[in-house]
Ligand binder design. Structure first.
Ligand SMILES: Cc1cc2nc3c(=O)[nH]c(=O)nc-3n(C[C@H](O)[C@H](O)[C@H](O)COP(=O)(O)O)c2cc1C
Length: 325
């Protein structure tokens, strides 16, 4: 007899996720700015094993980014002040999007801008040059290391809502707003995105951090402060995903310090419908694929048939829930 999953009585886990009308083969994406535009990682990573690729933030004009040093290693993390270096939207649609279109995976185009009009123009230019596997957009209103990088939107509930409303009118594809952790509470931001018609929120972007050379008394990053990412931020990210999940009914895409499948599972339990793997790609360029493979194995072991059974499955005691935790 054939030794198939069915004949063994084993669960064959279904990792697919539907967001709006789009079906992703699994809930693992690679995070913006940590995987380039795909070509950079291709020789080490089987891109088609990923649920999707979130591309590096793209703006209207190309940007050189900040001068070096713009990456520093910290305890269990990384500080960066790349400053949204990117090729600009015209090169993006001419070269980067067609390259990624060759792979059987979904593309989410991440957009950064310094004005409402720039966000809209970039999105509409991509929309006009869309490829078949372009699933939608992630709107970066949360970059902490450029002065005009959208954080002025991301730290104002009103501006977040206004921008989301504007962009909603320009696309029927997935519109995902990427929130910053550098606020007192993410809940009103998640609520505002839902009110304005976003399909999902993603979080977290990096936390503002710094590092100092004690012999020269100089900051280690050229921009003095930068964005902290990696395992060091995972507990903060988990808490914020949990808070966003409680605040809105639209899907939540979680990220921040995911390296292993166990990290990702914590995010699903906290309420994430999908996750993104970021800084880990600098250590293992196939980190996302490792997590996707590990997830299938974990689900088989735990006899979990569908990823949705894991999502938002945190067990909080009734009395704690009643008290608002
Ligand atoms: C070097 C670097 C560059 C990044 N560039 C972007 C970017 O262009 N746009 C964006 O939305 N997020 C960017 N991010 C943030 C990540 O996408 C992610 O939100 C954050 O790093 C937290 O996830 P992680 O801890 O898994 O890296 C960048 C992060 C790093 C480390």
């Amino acid at each position: 007899m054939k030794n198939s999953a069915a004949t063994n009585g084993m669960v064959t886990p279904d990792l697919s996720v539907k967001l709006g009308t789009v079906t992703f083969k699994n809930p693992i994406l690679v995070a913006s700015g940590t995987f380039g535009y795909g070509a950079e990682a291709k020789q080490w990573c089987d891109i088609e094993q990923l649920g999707g690729v979130v591309t590096k933030s793209v703006s209207w004009k190309p940007r050189m980014g900040n001068p070096p040093h713009r990456i520093i290693e910290t305890a269990s993390g990384m500080l960066n002040s790349i400053g949204l270096a990117n090729v600009g939207v015209h090169t993006f649609v001419k070269e980067k999007l067609p390259y990624l279109a060759k792979f059987d995976t979904k593309i989410i185009a991440n957009i950064a801008a310094s004005s409402m009009e720039e966000y809209r123009d970039v999105l509409e230019h991509i929309e006009a040059n869309a490829v078949e596997n372009l699933a939608g957009y992630e709107i970066n209103i949360s970059c902490p290391n450029v002065k005009d990088g959208g954080l002025s939107f991301g730290t104002s509930v009103e501006r977040t809502e206004e921008l989301t409303t504007l962009l909603r009118a320009s696309t029927d594809r997935i519109l995902m707003i990427k929130l910053t952790p550098n606020v007192t509470s993410v809940a009103p931001f998640a609520e505002a995105c839902e009110r304005a018609g976003a399909d999902a929120v993603s979080l977290i972007n990096t936390l503002v951090g710094m590092s100092i050379d004690i012999y020269t008394h100089e900051p280690r990053l050229n921009t003095v402060t930068g964005g902290l990412s990696g395992p060091a931020i995972k507990p903060i990210a988990l808490a914020q995903v949990y808070q966003a999940r409680k605040a809105c009914r639209i899907p939540v895409i979680g990220m921040g310090g995911i390296v292993t499948v166990e990290d990702a599972v914590e995010f699903f339990i906290a309420g994430a419908d999908m996750v993104q793997v970021g800084t880990a790609n600098f250590v293992y360029p196939d980190a996302g694929v490792r997590v996707a493979e590990g997830l299938a194995e974990f689900m088989r072991d735990q006899k979990i048939g569908k990823i949705s059974e894991l999502v938002n499955s945190l067990r909080v005691r009734a009395e704690l829930k009643a008290a608002g935790w």
